[in-house]
Design a protein around this ligand. Structure first.
Ligand SMILES: *[C@@H]1O[C@H](CO)[C@@H](O)[C@H](O)[C@H]1NC(C)=O
Ligand SMILES: *[C@@H]1O[C@H](CO)[C@@H](O)[C@H](O)[C@H]1NC(C)=O
Ligand SMILES: *[C@@H]1O[C@H](CO)[C@@H](O)[C@H](O)[C@H]1NC(C)=O
Length: 442
């Protein structure tokens, strides 16, 4: 009589083990980094909380779990009418999108501790930084020839390349990222938006004549290639001359010329972005990434395509082509349900709306550590704040200036021992490039 239950236990255990191996592969079990039972429960808890959160806040969106603990599918209600066609294939945008939650929790947490401004320090420390990376960020003239003449390359970048990052993680408290959606005209968000500590806008979005809807504060403006080429027009939108312009693309000769000759007094920097693969492109996401790297909390306005959308419009001009609006909307919902951002829209107009069922800080933390192990990230699961550093560069420029910084920013700097962390591209192993003060005794 005892044999049977025991056999059952053995069979069950073997079954569970087999599923486990199926899910994570043998190497995860035999490699240095072990995924523990705790890790698996953390990922379960994350998925469960996430599903509840999407149902509660997604205005009809549903999250379905996928074939393992990382995959989720976000689905729009079946009566949603997609309006966007792929210009190449002519196909309408789909109504369901797959996302990898593990990659999202691990990568976005890294963004929060790193800098997204390109610096000279970064290029100097990166192996072949000038020949490969810097060259790609400059309008690639034949003359530049992979930056063989480094002096010339440095000259080209000089106008937009600070020695060290001008901003640090958590420097700002509450930030708002403002998209350009025509939705913004349905609600008077202006006053609310102006109350944030920092406001990030995009491309040529005007505030004049629209302040009732979009506010007038603009601390940062993120620019794509087209807007960066018309830098003088963009600078005109800002009467203060203090707005910081962040360019997410390459530097153009036209642009450098304008900075010198017009001249443009606003600080201008290049963005050094994390790679999110094909999951997320576009200026909206880059603006969120930038905001999350310098702000304690991030709210977004003017990005949504809530149920009932007719077309993708801009608040200041006729409708335009745009791209994959439903995909973007689903991705932002994922970010909201990972506790990264809060979405405001005409259909979520209550400022004090609480995002219900966001997984708790402890679940998110445990799931992030589990994900780092699964994804075999550098330094996964260590308690060392510099564990993710795969390239370390000591500098002797002294400690980062801490006067006038918010308490949260100072605490963060203490935690990372004054280190500046830069994201690295996937080919370099997903670690970070870390610039450490030389006098650090450890
Ligand atoms: C490199 O560029 C600098 C600055 O434009 C120029 O003065 C110098 O002659 C160039 N050197 C070579 C070897 O072409
Ligand atoms: C605001 O409106 C005025 C009057 O219609 C117009 O001349 C001006 O160009 C507008 N400004 C912007 C930034 O659209
Ligand atoms: C980011 O920094 C905070 C402290 O400010 C720390 O608690 C957290 O673990 C860090 N995250 C990563 C991925 O290193």
């Amino acid at each position: 009589m005892r044999i049977l239950p025991l056999g059952l236990v053995v069979a069950l255990t073997a079954g569970i083990y087999a599923i486990f191996i199926y899910l994570f592969g043998l190497s995860a079990l035999n490699g240095k980094v072990r995924v523990s039972d705790e890790d698996v429960s953390a990922l379960f808890a994350l998925q469960a909380g996430f599903q509840k959160c999407v149902s509660a806040n997604g205005l009809g969106l549903q999250a379905l779990t996928g074939k393992d603990y990382c995959q989720v599918t976000i689905k729009f209600p079946s009566d949603t009418l997609p309006m966007w066609r792929d210009p190449k294939s002519g196909e309408l945008e789909g109504l369901s999108f797959d996302f990898n939650l593990c990659e999202a929790v691990a990568t976005w947490e890294q963004v929060r501790n790193s800098t997204t401004i390109l610096t000279k320090e970064f290029i100097d420390a990166l192996p072949n930084g000038w020949e490969e990376y810097a060259w790609r960020r400059i309008n690639k003239g034949v003359l530049l020839n992979q930056c063989k003449n480094r002096t010339l390359c440095m000259e080209k970048l000089a106008l937009v390349l600070p020695e060290t990052p001008p901003l640090v993680p958590r420097q700002y408290g509450r930030c708002a990222v403002i998209g350009n959606s025509g939705d913004l005209l349905k609600t008077n968000f202006g006053e609310e938006i102006d109350n944030y500590d920092a406001v990030i806008r995009e491309n040529g979005a005007p505030v004049q004549n629209y302040t009732k809807y979009v506010g007038k504060k603009c601390t940062f403006r993120l620019l794509n290639r087209g807007s960066a080429k018309a830098l003088d027009k963009v600078a005109e939108l800002d009467e203060t001359g203090r707005e910081v312009l962040i360019i997410k693309t390459t530097v153009h000769d036209i642009m450098s010329k304008m900075i010198r000759e017009v001249p443009i007094h606003n600080p201008v920097y290049l963005m050094l972005g994390t790679s999110f693969g094909s999951a997320a492109k576009g200026t909206g996401l880059k603006a969120l990434e930038f905001a999350l790297s310098i702000c304690e909390s991030v709210d977004m306005y003017g990005f949504t395509v809530d149920p009932g959308y007719k077309e993708w419009t801009r608040y200041f001009s006729e409708s335009r082509q745009g791209h994959t609006p439903l995909h973007g909307r689903a991705y932002y919902q994922m970010m909201e349900c990972l506790g990264l951002i809060k979405i405001h829209s005409p259909m979520r107009a209550d400022f004090s709306r609480v995002v219900n069922w966001v997984p708790s800080q402890s679940i998110l933390r445990a799931a992030r550590i589990a994900s780092e192990k699964l994804l075999r990230r550098v330094g996964a699961g260590t308690m060392d704040p510099l564990g993710a550093c795969s390239i370390i560069k000591k500098h002797d420029k002294g400690k980062t200036k801490v006067t006038g910084l918010r308490k949260a920013a100072i605490e963060h700097l203490k935690y990372v021992k004054g280190t500046t962390m830069y994201p690295l591209e996937h080919s370099l192993g997903d670690g970070m490039l870390c610039s450490i003060p030389g006098d650090l005794n450890s």
